[in-house]
Structure formats: C-alpha cells, structure tokens
Design a protein around this ligand. Structure first.
Ligand code: SF4
Length: 402
C-alpha cells in the first residue's frame, strides 16, 4: 500500500477471505499473504497494528504536495521470501481497496510476475470495479470488474493463525443513495445476513484470539429490531467482554434511547457517527439523511447510556464541491457543542458516483489518474475547494479538547 498515511481501522481483506474459504470448500489448497498484516511492527489500541513503512519517491502527480510518501507493508525481499515459503500455486488472487492505492497493487503484481513466472494473476477488490479501464494497466491476467456477492462460505480467517481483532459484515449495501458514496456500486442490493452464519464466523475469530470486533456494515442499524438487536443478544450471551467497534459511521436517525443503551450494554467501545455536516452542500450530498435535531438526540442518548464523549466520534465531511471552510468549521462547532468529538473526513471523488461525474466536468484529469482521487490530495491540491492552511486549521479545531 502506498500513500501519505495509513491507519489500521480494523480492516481485513474480507472479500478475498470469503473467496479463499469457498475455494477451500471445493477441495482446493489455499494460502494467504497479507502484505499489511504480515509486516505489522507495533501494537495500537484495541488490537490494531501499525505496519512497517519506508519512504519512497512521490509519484509525479503528487509533486506539489509537501508531505512524505510511504510504502506500507512487506518489502520486495520479504514478499519474495513469504511466497517461496509456500508451495508454488496454480493461481494468485490479488485484492485491492481504494482507487488511489493502485500503485501498491501494480507493485505487488510486478513482484509476483518476477517471483512466480508463468503463474496467472487475477486482480479483484474495489479498485477494478470502480476503475475497470485503468485496471487494464495492472499487468494482471484476469480482472474482476463487476461486484461479486459474498460467497456462502466461512471466510478463511484461520489462515491468519492468530488474530488480535475480528471483523463482522452483518449486511451488505445500503438502501440510501448519498451522492458521494460508492456503496450501491459495490453492493447493488441491501442484504442482511442470517444470524447463524454470522455467529459461526465471529466464534471462529474469537477462537483465533480476537478480543476486539469491528463491524464493517454500511447500514448496521437499519431494521435494528429484527437484525441488530438479536445480534447484540447473541454477542452478549456468547462473548461477554468482547470489545466492539463501528469504524463505518452509524446512521444517527436510528440511535434512539433503546439503541444507545443496547450499544453500551453489548460492549461497543468506539462509536463513529455519520453527521458529515450541517451546511447545505453537505446535507444535499448526504441525501439529507441526518438533521441537526436527529444528531443532537442521538448524541444525548449515547451519553446518557454511559458513553464518554471521547468514545463518540462524528465524521464531518470537508472539501465537497461548493463547500467553504467556514461551513466545515460550523459543523465541527455544532458537534462539539453537543458534547461529542468531531473527526474530519476529507472528501474523495469516487468513480461512478453522481458527485464524481460533477467533479470531472471541471477536473477531467481526476478520471484519468486515480491518484488525484486521494482524499488527502483532492480538495487542497486539485479542486482548491479548501486550502491546505484552512484544512490544517480545521483539523486543529476538531482535535482541540471541548
Ligand atoms: S454514505 Fe452511508 S447512508 Fe449514504 S449511501 Fe453511503 S452507506 Fe448509505
């Protein structure tokens, strides 16, 4: 992975792990090399890890940004050594995530070509679904450019041998359509999974050592009475003491008094809320899914249930087309006035979304070069919607204790 920064938000390559699980059920022998997890060198809070990194020259597209650029994960030699420690495969599957991380994917495929000449490489994950034409440059033999449903199999989590945290995806997709979000492109239908399969996956991860569990749903709380609450009851009964986290923002409209106390009693430790902002640009882009009134009620319910303010972080989106630094500062002020913490989320134009189409009308280069879609880079250096200095002030404002 190559970027200016990387934070482990309890991420695991779940799509790939489900596919490996399905292949194994069909009597195939499978192995896993996780270039990020396998290089982790330091522990972070709640089971997270910091991967090793080394500085590399910035790509030409980032020449103007005064920040250091890093390769995160296994080095060339470490990757070769890991590959050679395993039997020669018939096929290699490479997954991917953010579009603007493609340089790391290309690097990985290039290394695999050298280490395993003649072995076909298939590229999947988020990047080729969102940038199918650009992914043709990857050097892969086959490219998965359409979204795949989750296979009906157990993810092959045991390939990690030990886990410091687990991951749960209780549903895929989202019924809403925010103009900046790619959820519906990656998961065309909103589907909630059955409790039995889900619990079997979680049990397996706890057996492998996980003391923390992160939920990666886009819409965890939709239909909560029939979906989320039964999950919480099972978790409390089977795994008391398990620490739970929601790195994807929760829909604040769903957090009534009962929901807040269920979250607290079940052991949630990190709550992230989706407010995104109270300014007109933000509310329109977010399909008006959250009103200031919904938000203040949700925060009050969470604090009353027992959460500390530092456990309730709220994403405030910065850098949307038409948004000014003043608007973002107002949203941060609003969050702080409610007793919660604001966390700045910088806008990234995601290919295929309505807002991306709007962006390329004025910045067509963003379509050609996925590096320009980087959230760190886009608003301050491509659109200029918010200057680097304004962005720094907003970050400082969000970090200042209330
Ligand atoms: S931003 Fe959230 S609410 Fe909006 S479509 Fe995406 S997942 Fe759904």
């Amino acid at each position: 992975m190559r970027d200016f920064a990387f934070f482990d938000l309890w991420a695991k390559p779940m799509g790939l792990l489900y596919i490996l699980g399905a292949l194994r059920e069909q009597q195939n022998h499978v192995n896993l090399i996780d270039c990020i997890s396998d290089s982790s060198s330091a522990d972070r809070r709640y089971g997270r890890k910091a991967p090793k990194r080394f500085e590399i020259p910035k790509p030409e597209a980032y020449r103007g940004i005064p920040r250091r650029y890093w390769h995160f994960g296994l080095t060339r030699e470490e990757l070769a050594s890991r590959v050679h420690s395993l039997p020669r495969p018939d096929l290699v599957l490479v997954t991917s995530s953010m579009t603007y991380w493609y340089k790391g994917v290309f690097w990985c495929i290039e290394q695999l070509r050298k280490i395993l000449p003649g072995v076909p490489v298939v590229l999947g994950g988020v990047y080729p679904v969102l940038c199918p034409d650009h992914a043709l440059l990857s050097g892969a033999d086959e490219i998965q450019t359409v979204p795949m449903p989750l296979p009906v199999s157990m993810p092959a989590m045991d390939l990690y041998r030990r886990l410091s945290y687990g991951v749960a995806i209780t549903s895929t997709g989202c019924p809403r359509r925010c103009s900046y979000c790619a959820s519906s492109l990656l998961w065309p239908s909103f589907i909630q999974r059955n409790l039995r399969d889900l619990m079997a996956e979680i049990d397996l991860q706890i057996d492998l050592g996980a003391a923390d569990l992160a939920f990666y749903d886009d819409s965890l709380l939709i239909g909560k009475e029939d979906h989320f609450y039964p999950i919480c009851e099972e978790l409390a009964a089977r795994h008391p003491g398990l620490r739970l986290h929601t790195p994807n923002g929760l829909h604040v409209r769903e957090i009534d008094h009962t929901c807040a106390s269920t979250l607290y009693r079940t052991g949630f430790r990190t709550i992230r809320l989706s407010l995104e902002g109270i300014d007109p640009a933000n509310r329109q882009a977010g399909a008006r899914k959250t009103s200031p009134g919904d938000y203040s009620a949700a925060v009050a319910n969470l604090l009353e249930a027992g959460f500390r303010p530092d456990q309730v972080e709220t994403y405030v989106l910065a850098g949307l087309p038409g948004q000014r630094a003043y608007d973002v500062a107002s949203s941060i002020g609003f969050v702080r006035s409610m007793g919660a913490r604001a966390k700045l989320a910088q806008f990234s134009p995601i290919p295929g979304t309505p807002l991306f189409n709007e962006v390329v009308r004025t910045h067509p280069e963003v379509q050609e070069e996925p590096l320009l879609q980087n959230n760190t880079f886009y608003s301050p250096y491509v659109s200029g919607e918010i200057t680097p200095e304004e962005l720094q002030s907003l970050k400082d404002l969000a970090r200042t204790p209330g």
